[in-house]
Design a protein around this ligand. Structure first.
Ligand code: AMP
Ligand code: FES
Ligand code: ZN
Ligand code: ZN
Length: 396
């Protein structure tokens, strides 16, 4: 039979008889995206097409037969975003990414043009894309890289961040965990936890905030994307972790020595930030962190990917629905409680009061964890990574 396909128009020959479902399968066309017309009439998937039939497969939404067309200009697209049921050429995809970031910043009043932003840049696709986007949009933004000491992975990440800063003539600050605090992330395995990611996350959050406050930035930005935020939300809901649920927001205001924190990429999936980097020619670390084993967020990402595969848009509906409807309505009470903040007795950084023991001087979670890591490393007989220098006091 002669089968006409569209976008671009072409004819292929398929041996009949064969039913419509079989022909679509043979041509790798998703039946949901096309109409099939035989001898001028619509036919359904069980209809048997004879060997001499003349058939047209007509796309009804972008992404059907043949390469999809850009949703904005109709030229050949380079990427399809199934959640938006749209395809884009390179130029209009960049516009799409910028408009999502624009919306995020305006909707949450994240930052104004006269404020200074410190963006945490890991060398991965998200944070490099974010730095690039904010620079392109005209914001006053510098970068911060935190050296985690994870062998060649960290070396390569740092190099890529330095290359980007040099190419854009942008200011980059660096904080090396081992130099500043006496341990690195591989040393945290001495704690024998299932994963070092918890220590890593705590150390990074501490280093980000301290750098932003001490260096006088108005806002701290991170590259957390839609996939990250939805996976974190799922984890917090599965455990009904209400304090964390109340704090989950693309924009957390500054208070008591804690910098304002913003996540301008929360509306973009990781496939989109990766595509942005490829189109803009930004070189980023493609490899996963080698210490990621046991990280539960990855399991939640897998679960959401599976749902998304069958029903595009589920992940965004889950996260945006929470942020726009559930959070303020149901978790505002916990959010407003906030808790009293005091200075950590060791490092002077802000920390919550220990509600069970007001008499003891407060020690922040970072100083407590750091102490445990240093003690565990010493117990194991291994030398502490390097002489620690400033800030956090020596372990008791
Ligand atoms: P992750 O916690 O690895 O998913 O990273 C989330 C965000 O934290 C990234 O998008 C970056 O903005 C930031 N980040 C992660 N690792 C580093 C690092 N080593 N130095 C600076 N920023 C980082
Ligand atoms: Fe933190 Fe891998 S980046 S453990
Ligand atoms: Zn276009
Ligand atoms: Zn402290």
């Amino acid at each position: 039979m002669e089968v006409k396909l569209r976008n671009p128009d072409r004819i292929v020959h398929v041996r009949g008889p064969m039913n419509v479902a079989g022909v679509l399968q043979r041509l790798d066309v998703n039946p949901e995206t096309v109409l099939v017309i035989s001898n001028g009439e619509l036919v359904t998937k069980d209809h048997v097409l004879a060997d001499d039939a003349r058939v047209e497969i007509r796309p009804v939404i972008s992404g059907g037969a043949g390469p999809a067309r850009c949703h904005a200009c109709s030229c050949t697209s380079v990427i399809e975003v199934r959640r938006h049921r749209s395809s884009y050429c390179a130029e209009h995809f960049i516009d799409h990414v910028r408009s999502q970031v624009r919306y995020a910043i305006d909707h949450y009043r994240m930052v104004s043009y006269d404020e200074r932003i410190l963006v945490a840049v890991s060398g991965g696709k998200d944070s490099l894309a974010l730095w690039d986007l904010l620079l392109d949009m005209g914001y006053r933004v510098d970068g911060l890289y935190v050296g985690l000491g994870i062998g060649s992975y960290s070396d390569r990440s740092e190099q890529l961040v330095r290359d980007f800063a040099a190419r854009c003539d942008a200011t980059l600050h660096t904080v090396d965990l081992a130099t500043e605090y006496g341990y690195d992330i591989p040393a945290a395995t001495a704690l024998r936890r299932r994963s070092s990611c918890g220590v890593c996350g705590l150390s990074k959050r501490y280093a980000f905030n301290r750098a932003a406050v001490e260096r006088g930035y108005d806002v701290m930005a991170t590259g957390h994307n839609l996939d990250d935020e939805a996976a974190t939300l799922l984890g917090n809901i599965l455990r009904w972790n209400t304090p964390l649920l109340s704090r989950q927001s693309p924009c957390l205001p500054a208070h008591d020595g804690l910098s304002r924190k913003i996540k301008p990429l929360y509306r973009l999936g990781e496939r989109e930030t990766a595509a942005y980097c490829v189109i803009k020619g930004l070189d980023y670390v493609v490899d996963e962190c080698p210490m990621v084993a046991g990280n539960t967020v990855l399991r939640y990402k897998d679960a959401l990917n599976e749902l998304e595969r069958h029903s595009p848009g589920t992940r965004a509906a889950f996260l945006f629905g929470y942020l726009e409807r559930a959070r303020d309505e149901h978790f505002a009470v916990t959010a407003s409680r906030g808790g009293q903040v005091v200075s950590c007795g060791r490092c002077g950084q802000p920390t919550g009061v220990n509600e069970r023991d007001h008499a003891r001087p407060a020690t922040c979670a970072f100083c407590r964890t750091r102490e445990r890591v240093l003690v565990a490393v010493a117990d194991r007989g291994a030398p502490v990574v390097r002489e620690h220098a400033r800030g956090a006091g020596a372990p008791a």
